[in-house]
Design a protein around this ligand. Structure first.
Ligand code: NDP
Length: 347
């Protein structure tokens, strides 16, 4: 039994952009294990944009540790399938220890396939999301142009590399100059631009359109959509015939106050004109593909065909700031919080 437990809770529901004051780091109770239960010592807490959608009445309850993906170590077990010391991931909670009733929802992690933190990044849901959107929905062909937004983040950085492995010319939209350098030099994208610089520099509010004219001179065949808003409108103007838009996320809308609501998108008639498709998808419908994906992706990583940086913040008390910073794009790669020692730091 954990002597002390600490969790990250919502102190109030954020209004618009989440701030650290919306959260609190508090002592929490961990009940004793019943037969079949497992106690997990969390090592990495995942910070994901979708969590912002749960931070509203009817979603995450106030005062209770926030449910999120974590990877950790079995500390104690009264479950016959789990032994102390094994590595597991699941939708657990932002806390040091999670009591998992009947071991429900735990998935074993094989440290031989890569660092255990990859279970919540490139070898986990973000990696599979990138694969489904970029390859299964995008269907990039050699020489075609693939545009990826939020391209230096957890999902976007993998999506772009997979499209490039398929032979496409890959262009990234990112939010800082060092991210432009990162996606081109480290991830091997063919081109990239800073959407903030482009927006500010354009004439008559056409900065993003001008950036796309420059960076995608042959038009856009596949758009991996992570953000929505003005970039999507600019993309619609440059679609090639039969383009595919994989609608993965719309983070530009997640922090709009309810009274403002989501912005309308102009230019949807371009979908009709170009006979293009927009396909929304949720990775929850594809979880059954994860075991096979993990084997393929770990091989790509071992061979150096895919590289993936993590962005690790230390200390559970830093979780609110880590999450708030992730939403505004402070990080490169996958933002997560390390809350206890990693037993396989060099695997
Ligand atoms: P990231 O690591 O990419 O972090 C979010 C990024 O969004 C930031 O780094 C920032 O990048 C960018 N961003 C934030 N606000 C804006 C804005 N107003 N305009 C443009 N860009 C913005 O997060 P993930 O990789 O975890 O998630 C990426 C997207 O994928 C999200 O939309 C998420 O909801 C979605 N997703 C969808 C899934 C599904 O099942 N469909 C599953 C997992 C994720 P920058 O600094 O470059 O602007």
């Amino acid at each position: 039994m954990a002597a002390t437990n600490v969790g990250v809770v919502l102190a109030r529901y954020p209004h618009g952009t989440a701030t650290v004051d919306d959260f609190a780091v508090v002592d929490v109770e961990t009940p004793p294990l019943d037969a079949g239960d497992v106690l997990v010592r969390n090592v990495y807490l995942s910070c994901d944009p979708y969590l912002r959608g749960h931070m509203a009445p009817g979603g995450s309850p106030l005062g209770q540790p926030i449910t999120a993906r974590t990877v950790g170590v079995v500390e104690e077990s009264r479950h016959r399938s789990y032994q102390p010391g094994e590595i597991v991931w699941g939708f657990l909670r932002w806390e040091r220890y999670t009591h998992v009733r009947s071991g429900d929802g735990l998935t074993r992690v094989d440290p031989a396939l890569g660092p255990i933190r990859f279970a919540v990044s490139v070898l986990g849901m973000p990696g599979l999301t990138a694969y489904v959107g970029a390859i299964e929905i995008g269907r990039p062909e050699p020489g075609q142009t693939v545009l990826v937004s939020a391209a230096s983040g957890a999902v976007g950085s993998v999506a772009g590399q997979l499209a490039r492995l398929a032979g496409a010319r890959v262009v990234g939209s990112v939010g800082r100059p060092e991210k432009v350098a990162h996606v081109m030099r480290t991830l091997g994208f063919d081109a990239a631009f800073d959407h903030r610089v482009a927006t500010a520099a354009g004439t008559d509010g056409r900065g993003l359109s001008e950036a796309l004219e420059q960076q995608c001179p042959e038009g856009i065949d596949v758009y991996f959509e992570n953000v929505g808003g003005p970039l999507l409108e600019a993309v619609l103007e440059r679609l090639n015939p039969h383009a595919r838009i994989a609608v993965c996320g719309m983070i530009a809308e997640y922090e709009q106050p309810p009274e403002v609501g989501p912005a309308g998108i102009r230019g949807l008639a371009n979908i009709l004109r170009t006979r293009s498709t927009m396909t929304g998808f949720s990775i929850g419908d594809h979880v059954h593909k994860l075991p096979e994906f993990v084997v393929r992706m770990s091989a790509w990583m071992r061979s150096g065909q895919v590289v993936f940086p993590d962005d690790i913040v230390d200390g559970i008390e830093q979780t609110p700031a880590a999450f708030v910073g992730m939403m505004r794009g402070d990080h490169i790669g996958k933002r997560m919080v390390r809350v206890s020692d990693d037993p396989h730091p060099d695997s």
